[in-house]
Design a protein around this ligand. Structure first.
Ligand SMILES: Nc1ncnc2c1ncn2[C@@H]1O[C@H](COP(=O)(O)OP(=O)(O)OP(=O)(O)O)[C@@H](O)[C@H]1O
Ligand SMILES: [Zn+2]
Ligand SMILES: [Zn+2]
Length: 811
C-alpha cells in the first residue's frame, strides 16, 4: 500500500504530495486525513495522508512511513479535496489550508493515550500478546503503534467495539472530563434492613439510605455523586463513609463538557410562519428536498424573522437525516442566536467558538465526527466541520468582515460554503438586512436566488431615523458629545422607564495624546501611528504592536506640561452620561469590559432583564440583539468609519448604521433613531435615514463601476514588508515590473501602487502594497504562483510577501 503525504512545512518546494510505502503492520489502520510520521531527508516529519493507492509514479525506491499518529481522522475525503481547491485558489500552501481545517487541539502539543474502557474484553482480545504488554487503566499509544506490539487490525477492532478509546491529552490537562458517580450495591430489602438496624446511630447515613428508599428505583442505577449529595442533603463525607462500608460504589463517568451548561434552556417549537417567511422557507426547502445546489440571498429587514426561517430549514434537513451548519459572525456577540438554536433543538447541536477552551472545542469536534451532532453553530472556521451528509449551510449576517480570515490562509467562509454546497448538492442561504455588494450583485444577475422579507414580524414600520447635524451645534461651548435633542430624548425614555441603546463608532478611531503648546502627538516608536490612550490602566498603547508606555509628564518635544488626551472613548461617554443622568443605570460594552470570558453574555443578560436603562457600546452592540423595551437608538458619532482609506468605507458605515437602527421598535413599542454626524448630506446618512438598502445598493454600485472596484473587478492585494525600508521598496517594484512586463497592454488588468500601507511601519516592519484589479482570474494566475513560489526565499532575506484575494482589511 502506498500513501500520498503532505508534509508539515509551509514551503514551495514541498507544496505537493510525496509517496510512501506503508508497512504491513499499519495497513489496516491507514485512513485519509490521519497524520503519519515520515522520513524526509535526514529528518522525521509529520504529514497528512491525502491519498491512498496501490501504485506510484515515483521511479526510485519508496521509503516507508515510520509512525501513525491518529486513529480517528478529522478530515474526510471531501475536506481533503477542498484543501486542494482552496490552496490553488488562495495561492496558499496546502499544508496551511489543512492546518486551518483542524480543531486547535491537534495543533498544540499533546500526548496520545488509549483509555481502556472494558478491561475484561481488552484482556481477552490481547491474550496472545499478554507477555509483551504492560498497561494500567491507560496504555501509551506509542507502545501499541510505534513499537507495533499489537497488530493494527486488532487495535481498530477494539476501537470499534469501544474496548479502548484514543485520547489526545494536552500537556497535563485531561481532555475527557470525568465526574464521579455513585451506585448502590445493596438491593432494596438489604437497605431497608440496615435502616431499621441502625436506629438512632449515624443519622446522616440513615438519611441518605432513606432518601434512596423513598425514591426507588430512581437513581439506583448510578447518579452523579454531587447531585445525590445535594438532593439527599448529606455531605460528601457521609457519602465517603457509605462507600467505605461497601454499601455504595464510586465510579468515574466521562462527560462531554457542555459549553452551554450554565444557560437556562426553555424549549421552543416552530412558529406559524408569516407570509414572507413562508415563501422564503418553501423556496429553500424545495432545494433541500430536491438535493439541488442553489444559493439563496435572504434579504430581510432587521426584525423580519430570519432566524425562525433558519431554524425551520435546519429542522427540515435534520428530518431527512442530513446535517446543517449555521455560521454567525462571532458567537460571543450573538448569544441570543445560539440560545434560539439550542432551545429549538434539544440534542445534537454542536457550538464551536473561540471562547471555548481547547478541550471543549475538541469535545464538540468529536461529537461531530461521531455523528452525534448534526447541527453545527459557529464562527468562520466552523465552515470546515467534518459532516458527512450536509443538507444545508446558512451564513447569517453574510456581509460581516469576520467571515474572511485576516491571516494565512486568507479564506472567506462564503467561498468555502459555496464549494461544499456544490459538493453535497445542497442549498446555501446567505442572510442579511444589508448584504455585501458582491452578494447582492450576484443576486441581481440571477446567479443567486433573491428572497426578500420587507415586513417586520411585529407588523410595525421600521423606526424613523433623524439625522442631527453636529456642525450646526455650538460645539465648542457644549463640553460634551450629546446634541440637545439626543439629551432630551434620553431623558424622556428614562422617565418612561424604557431602554436606550447608544453606539459609539470606534472604527478607525482612537484617543491620542496631544501637546497643546507645540502640537506634538505621541507616537509608537515602532510603528508610524499615534498611541492610544487607555483609561483603565492609564497607559498609552499601540494597537498594532502592543507597545505600551506611561503617560509622560512633559512633552518630549517642547517640555511643556500641557498634554491633553483627545478623542472619545466609551469610558468618557459613560462619565458624561453619569453627570447628565445621575440616576440612570448604564452598561458599558467595549473591548475593555468584555475581555473576560462570558462577560458579553452577562452584560447582555443584565440588559435583557432590565437591570439597566442604557446600553452604551462599540459596534459589538449593533447586531442581533432583540430587546423589546428598547425604544431609542442613538449614534453618537456616525462619521469616523467614513474616513478610512478603504473603498468599502461607505458600505461598512451604511451596514453599521442600518444594523444598529434595527435594534429598536422590534416588539410592542415604537422606536426611534437619532444619528449625530458632521456629514449630514452624505449619501450614506441619507440612505440610512430612509432604511433603503436597495437605493444604497444601486448608488454604491455606480461608484464602484466608475472607480473600477469590486464587484466589477476582482482585487488582489500584494504586500511586502521588511525591517529594511530599501529592500521592501525594491521588492515591491520588482513584483510590479514582473506583472507589468507580461501584461503591459491589457486594459482588463489595473495595477495600483506601490504605495505605503495605511500605516507605513508596523512593529518595525515597513509595509508596501500593490493592488491588482482584473476582470479575468487567468490574467494574474501565473504571476501570483511565481510570487508564492519565491516567498520562501524572500523570507530568508527578511522579506515577508503576502497575497490577499479580495482583501477586506487594509493594513
Ligand atoms: N413567525 C413568527 N411568529 C411570531 N414571532 C416571530 C415569528 N418569526 C420571528 N418571530 C419573532 O420576531 C422577532 C424578530 O425575529 P429575528 O430576531 O429572527 O429577526 P431577524 O430578521 O433575525 O432580525 P435582525 O436581522 O435584526 O437580527 C423575534 O423575537 C422572533 O422570535
Ligand atoms: Zn506599535
Ligand atoms: Zn510640545
Amino acid at each position: 500500500m502506498i500513501v500520498q503525504v503532505i508534509v508539515d512545512i509551509p514551503a514551495a518546494q514541498v507544496n505537493r504530495t510525496f509517496d510512501y510505502q506503508v508497512p504491513a503492520k499499519w495497513q489496516s489502520i491507514i485512513q485519509l486525513g490521519i497524520r503519519v510520521q515520515v522520513p524526509f531527508g535526514r529528518r522525521q516529519l509529520l504529514g497528512f495522508v491525502v491519498g491512498m493507492d496501490d501504485t506510484t509514479l515515483f521511479s526510485g525506491e519508496l521509503k516507508e512511513i515510520t509512525g501513525v499518529l491518529d486513529y480517528v481522522s478529522f478530515l474526510n475525503p471531501e475536506l481533503i479535496e477542498l484543501s486542494e481547491y482552496l490552496a490553488g485558489n488562495l495561492h496558499a500552501f496546502r499544508i496551511s489550508v489543512l492546518q486551518a481545517m483542524l480543531p486547535n487541539m491537534l495543533k498544540v502539543k499533546y500526548e496520545n493515550i488509549f483509555i481502556i474502557n472494558d478491561l475484561q474484553k481488552f484482556q481477552t482480545m490481547t491474550l496472545e500478546f499478554a507477555e509483551q504488554l504492560m498497561y494500567g487503566p491507560e496504555i501509551e499509544f506509542q507502545k501499541l503503534t510505534l513499537e507495533a506490539i499489537l497488530p493494527g487490525q486488532l487495535i481498530k477492532e477494539m476501537i470499534q467495539a469501544e474496548v479502548i478509546e484514543l485520547e489526545y491529552r494536552v500537556l497535563n490537562q485531561t481532555t475527557h472530563k470525568k465526574i464521579p458517580y455513585l451506585k448502590p450495591l445493596l438491593n432494596f430489602e438489604d437497605m431497608q434492613a440496615i435502616v431499621e438496624k441502625q436506629g438512632k446511630r449515624s443519622p446522616k447515613q440513615v438519611q441518605l439510605l432513606t432518601y434512596y428508599l423513598a425514591n426507588y428505583p430512581l437513581m439506583w442505577e448510578e447518579a452523579p455523586l454531587n447531585e445525590v449529595a445535594k438532593r439527599s442533603g448529606v455531605s460528601t463525607a457521609t457519602i465517603k463513609s457509605v462507600i467505605d462500608k461497601g454499601w455504595f460504589e464510586r465510579q468515574e463517568r466521562q462527560v462531554y463538557r457542555d459549553p452551554l451548561a450554565n444557560q437556562e434552556r426553555h424549549s421552543t417549537t416552530a412558529r406559524a410562519l408569516l407570509p414572507e417567511q413562508a415563501i422564503a422557507f418553501n423556496a429553500v426547502k424545495d432545494a433541500i428536498t430536491a438535493e439541488r445546489n442553489e444559493t439563496f440571498l435572504l434579504e430581510g429587514v432587521t426584525g423580519s424573522g430570519k432566524t425562525e426561517v433558519y431554524l425551520q430549514l435546519m429542522a427540515h434537513a435534520r428530518q431527512r437525516g442530513e446535517a446543517a451548519i449555521l455560521l454567525v459572525p462571532e458567537i460571543s456577540l450573538t448569544p441570543q442566536m445560539v440560545a434560539r438554536v439550542t432551545e429549538r433543538f434539544s440534542t445534537g447541536v454542536a457550538v464551536l467558538h473561540s471562547g471555548l477552551s481547547t478541550s471543549e472545542k475538541y469535545d464538540e469536534w468529536r461529537r461531530i465526527i461521531k455523528g452525534e451532532a448534526t447541527i453545527v453553530v459557529g464562527a468562520r472556521s466552523s465552515v470546515f466541520a467534518p459532516l458527512d451528509k450536509l443538507g444545508l449551510i446558512i451564513i447569517d449576517e453574510e456581509h460581516e468582515t469576520t467571515y474572511k480570515q485576516a491571516d494565512n490562509p486568507r479564506y472567506h467562509a462564503r467561498d468555502v460554503a459555496l464549494w461544499r454546497c456544490q459538493y453535497h448538492q445542497c442549498p446555501l442561504v446567505l442572510g442579511s438586512a444589508t448584504p455585501s455588494l458582491e452578494t447582492r450583485s450576484r443576486a441581481e444577475v440571477g446567479r443567486y436566488t433573491l428572497l426578500k422579507m420587507e415586513a417586520r414580524v411585529n407588523q410595525a414600520p421600521l423606526p424613523p431615523v433623524e439625522i442631527i447635524d453636529m456642525t450646526q451645534m455650538a460645539v465648542r461651548e457644549t463640553s460634551n458629545e450629546f446634541s440637545p435633542l439626543l439629551k432630551e430624548k434620553i431623558r424622556d425614555r428614562l422617565e418612561k422607564k424604557e431602554q436606550i441603546v447608544l453606539l459609539l463608532n470606534r472604527r478607525g478611531y482612537a484617543s491620542y495624546l496631544l501637546c497643546r503648546e507645540c502640537g506634538y502627538v505621541l507616537e509608537c516608536p515602532r510603528c508610524d501611528i499615534s498611541l492610544t490612550y487607555h483609561k483603565h490602566d492609564h497607559k498609552m498603547k499601540c494597537h498594532y504592536c502592543d507597545f505600551q508606555q506611561n503617560i509622560p509628564r512633559n512633552c518630549p518635544q517642547c517640555q511643556s506640561t500641557h498634554l491633553r488626551t483627545f478623542g472619545l472613548g466609551t469610558q468618557k461617554v459613560a462619565e458624561t452620561l453619569e453627570e447628565l443622568y445621575p440616576d440612570a443605570r448604564v452598561i458599558r460594552m467595549d473591548n475593555d469590559t468584555t475581555r473576560r470570558k462570558g462577560q458579553h453574555e452577562k452584560l447582555l443578560k443584565q440588559f435583557a432583564e432590565e437591570k439597566a436603562d442604557i446600553l452604551l457600546g462599540t459596534q459589538m452592540i449593533a447586531k442581533g440583539l432583540d430587546f423589546e423595551k428598547v425604544t431609542l437608538v442613538g449614534v453618537i458619532n456616525a462619521d469616523t468609519s467614513l474616513n478610512l482609506p478603504d473603498f468599502r468605507a461607505g458600505e461598512k458605515t451604511f451596514q453599521l448604521l442600518t444594523q444598529v437602527a434595527g435594534r429598536t421598535g422590534r416588539g410592542r413599542f415604537a422606536g426611534e433613531v437619532l444619528i449625530q454626524t458632521y456629514n449630514p448630506e452624505h449619501y450614506v446618512m441619507q440612505f440610512a435615514k430612509q432604511h433603503d438598502y436597495e437605493k444604497f445598493f444601486y448608488y454604491e454600485m455606480k461608484r464602484r463601476h466608475i472607480g473600477n472596484y469590486p464587484p466589477y473587478f476582482y482585487t488582489t492585494l500584494i504586500s511586502v514588508s521588511s525591517k529594511n525600508l530599501a529592500n521592501a521598496q525594491e521588492k515591491i517594484y520588482e513584483i510590479k515590473a514582473n506583472i507589468y512586463n507580461q501584461q503591459s497592454s491589457n486594459s482588463d488588468l489595473l495595477i495600483l501602487g506601490p504605495s505605503k500601507g495605511p500605516v507605513a511601519r508596523i512593529n518595525e516592519y515597513y509595509h508596501f502594497q500593490l493592488m491588482l484589479k482584473y476582470k479575468n482570474k487567468k490574467l494574474v494566475q501565473s504571476q501570483l504562483n511565481e510570487i508564492l513560489t519565491a516567498s520562501q526565499q524572500d523570507l530568508q532575506q527578511g522579506l515577508r510577501v503576502s497575497i490577499d484575494h479580495e482583501p477586506l482589511y487594509f493594513i
